[in-house]
Design a protein around this ligand. Sequence first.
Ligand code: SF4
Length: 474
Amino acid sequence: MKRVYFTSFGCQMNVLDSELVLGDFKRTGYQQTDDMRLADIVLINTCSIRELAEEKVWSLLGRARLIKQERPALKIGVMGCMAQRVKEELIRRAPHVDLVLGTSNFRSAVQDLEDIESGGGRVVRVAKRPDPEFLPDADRNVAARPDAFRAFVTIVRGCNHSCSYCIVPHTRGGEVSRPQAEVWAEVERLVADGVREVTFLGQNINTYGQDLHPQRLHTGAICDLLEAASGIEGLDRIRFLTSNPFDMTEDMMRRFGSIPKVMPWLHIPAQAGNDALLARMQRTYTVDEYRTVVGWARKHIPGVEITSDFIVGFSGETEEEFEGTKALVREIGFMQTYVFKYSLRPMTISARRMPDDVPEDVKKSRNVELLAVQDEAALTRNRGLVGRRLEILIEGISKSDDRRVTGRDMNNRLVHCEGDAAMAGRMAIVEITDVAAHSLIGKRVALESEVGSWSYRGYGGGAASACGAETVSA
Ligand code: SF4
């Protein structure tokens, strides 16, 4: 049996793309190995959002080259955003790489490697339009997913925006939505195989479907999709990301809040809390407009919690602008935020027009400072949950304590409680007894299989305010 070593960097969409490709390898009889030295194929799914992610890939390719020197039959492939962005450099600097697959053409990996093995040479597929024979989301091997009860499903790929710091429109191209019927069919197959929760993915979920129905601009095709998916029997929870502040309407929020299976959690990246900084980032909204979107969410989605992304140290960021960002984090009360140091990416608007002039040590200290503001606020909020009862979907045994199980509540908080592996995949009610900034601990009050019918829908977050987790770039 042949072995594939597969490693992945980047966002949730990359996690899913890796799962799709691994599913193809498994379907063809390959076994996955964690040891590169034992592999017949080394495949790396790459990310270009930050320089560091690309440096790690060059370093991995260096390790793979040494193994290939001893074992020339080893085949090496690179896929994803970096493969798309630096294809020529990859070909020049890494002649030991056999396969280069861009962001639209990774599903041919198995076929390409077999062709290389039989005929030799190198395959490079980086066209922005996918080969119709190998569409990115076609014919998913649902049994290959890493999580038995939860799954990601991509509904729109690419982005039509031009945030000045972002490489995604360059690496992934413009928005391409999947037809609703195709998404529906995939969710039905996942649910038939045991999935209870799906998370729909897109760089900008708000504009899902606009390329399919251009005449329906801003009417919320995403809401139509969510309403249709909520009719699938056996599917209990629906999430989606990323909900950018732009392209969002109050009516969309109203519709999100009216679908019981849609969980009260939104990931709304703010990126900064100062208008001049947002303008340089070309985010096309002001801080006030961001507040308005959050206000719609809290008005229409009972018990909603909000998570966000922030960039610190962007070009020209002054102390005063950074103070604005800290103030926004305190004001909104996010459940969680992801903070990134600005990393200048070649080919972006900011790389062409703005200097990367905030010193690295300042970026670092602002990163630490903003996370500290967030953690303090999150801990205070979480303390308010002690004694509350939350519904969780149990994922399995806790990684840190095998006497406990881990699950996510409706707001997507991580919750630990006593339990065993047999409880995986069931809903439970947990009373919170202890909290940290990023997780909660509770005692089990009820387990789904122990009661006649399950209808608990209490929102732990309560008080229509607050905070979240996970991101697809944006
Ligand atoms: S940050 Fe998000 S919305 Fe902006 S260009 Fe990048 S992917 Fe698109």
